[in-house]
Design a protein around this ligand. Structure first.
Ligand code: ADP
Length: 451
């Protein structure tokens, strides 16, 4: 399965991780550098203390031991006898055990603590034989101070910075991507509701960025498409109007020819004219009805309609057609099943569904009409046990001029407008229509009208 993760989330994760890595690298660099600096300054301090005490001793100053003991600036200096025994100054347990090494500053670890040590050997004060060791020693504890602040930074500041980065960044990207959401929403609305008049919302304070330009361009494109569709519908409507009169004339004259036909050949020709003229006349009246509904010009008389009566009328009008295929027609609607509808439009929708049931029904099959009123809505069902509709076509049968099998349907004079007309009628009522089908078993059409 494809993982769903929005661009917003991916961008946020990316720069928050980057920020984290950056902070860690900077902290490591700063930590390392300040450790080195503090180590250097401690080393300098230690050497200075030792050198000063050594100088005093070389000048044979008598009170050196007291000075080392008492003065703050020599707090890191201690003095040992030639065997390494402590005499004066700062006493550090275990420091005696570290071997003396003259003139080399170095790092030693005692009890897990790091120390900088510097030793110098000098002649002792007057009266002392064998010379003395002067040891400067200081712990690298300044780096510990940095260590503590680093822990605070790592535990408190970094999460805080990361949270701020993530939330701030997410908010900004979300705002920047708002036009994309609006584009997606509009595209979905247009495809779901088939409403081409919808436009992408552009906030008045929107920034003039690429996404904003995209929204403006798409809106312009939608204007163009809407205009084209309008023009196409207008053309269909105008053309149908223009065709209406000549077709009526052809039909009337064809019927006249049929009446006065002298022989079978003439009768056959006249009949063919009448049949084709009837087909075109049906097509034109469907197109005109669709155009009227599209342009909100269709007269619509909503009234309380008795569906049981309507179903009987529809079934009666189709009896002849059904008989040609020995198809049983039945209406099973309980009395007093009412719906709020335009009687003639709803009758034409039901008749159309029955006619399809017969057209695509099997020899000696059945087509039945039933209905229920649940109180909330009225459901009218037209069911057949005909050839059925393949899954690949079921969503497209509502499209204008869509026919599954051109050759097969031609023998019935089909034009692919029946179901789109039925759908338009149902939607004009504010209702819905759906189809369920199994190839070889049959089809069920269900009209639902809200009460
Ligand atoms: P048509 O005028 O071709 O019947 P429709 O819009 O009424 O046009 O139907 C569209 C297509 O859906 C038809 O060509 C047909 O293939 C299929 N169809 C419609 N009703 C049925 C049905 N009851 N059983 C099987 N196929 C059907």
């Amino acid at each position: 399965m494809k993982k769903s993760s929005s661009i917003k989330t991916r961008i946020t994760i990316w720069y928050t991780t980057l920020m984290f890595v950056l902070i860690v690298v900077v902290l490591a660099l700063v930590g390392g550098l300040s450790y080195q600096l503090s180590k250097d300054s401690i080393e300098k301090n230690v050497i200075l203390g030792v050198t000063q005490v050594a100088e005093k001793l070389s000048k044979r100053q008598p009170d050196v031991f007291e000075i080392v003991e008492s003065q703050e600036e020599y707090k890191n200096v201690s003095i040992y006898d030639p065997e390494g025994k402590y005499i004066a100054g700062k006493y550090l347990y275990d420091a005696e055990n570290i071997p003396f090494e003259e003139g080399v500053p170095r790092k030693e670890t005692i009890d897990g603590k790091e120390y900088i040590i510097y030793d110098a050997r000098m002649p002792g004060p007057p009266g002392m034989r064998g010379g003395l060791w002067i040891r400067g020693m200081e712990s690298v504890n300044s780096s510990m101070i940095l260590g503590r602040s680093a822990i605070i930074i790592v535990l408190v500041l970094i999460p805080l910075i990361l949270i701020l980065t993530a939330f701030g960044g997410y908010y900004i990207t979300k705002k920047a991507f708002r036009p994309v959401n609006s584009i997606i929403k509009t595209a979905n609305d247009i495809s779901a509701q088939k409403d081409i008049t919808r436009r992408i919302e552009i906030a008045p304070d929107a920034k003039e960025d690429e996404l904003n330009q995209l929204s403006v361009t798409l809106n312009r494109m939608l204007d163009k498409i809407e205009n084209l569709i309008k023009q196409e519908k207008q053309f269909t409507s105008d053309a149908s109007h223009e065709l209406r009169t000549p077709i009526s004339v052809i039909l009337a004259q064809g019927e006249y020819l049929l009446e006065i036909a002298q022989d079978d050949k003439e009768r056959e020709l006249a009949q063919s004219i009448v049949d084709k003229a009837n087909q075109v006349s049906k097509l034109v009246s469907r197109l005109l009805l669709l155009a009227r509904i599209d342009q909100n010009r269709q007269k619509f008389n909503k009234e309380k309609v008795d569906i049981s009566v309507l179903a009987d009328i529809a079934v009666d009008s189709m009896k002849e057609l059904a008989a040609q295929k020995n198809i049983t027609l039945s209406a099973n609607v309980p009395d007093d099943t009412f719906a709020e509808a335009d009687e003639s439009l709803l009758l034409s929708a039901i008749t159309n569904l029955i006619s399809n049931g017969i057209k695509y029904g099997k020899e000696s099959g059945y087509v039945s009409v039933s209905a229920v009123n649940t109180g909330e809505y009225t459901e009218i069902t037209v069911k057949d046990n005909g050839i059925g509709i393949d899954k690949a076509h079921i969503d497209k049968i509502w499209d204008r001029f869509y026919r599954i099998d051109d050759v097969r349907n031609d023998e019935y004079g089909s034009n692919g407008l029946g179901l789109s007309m039925v759908k338009s009628i149902v939607e004009l009522h504010g209702g819905t229509i759906s189809a369920k089908s199994k190839v070889g078993e049959g089809t069920v059409f269900t009209i639902r009208l809200n009460n």
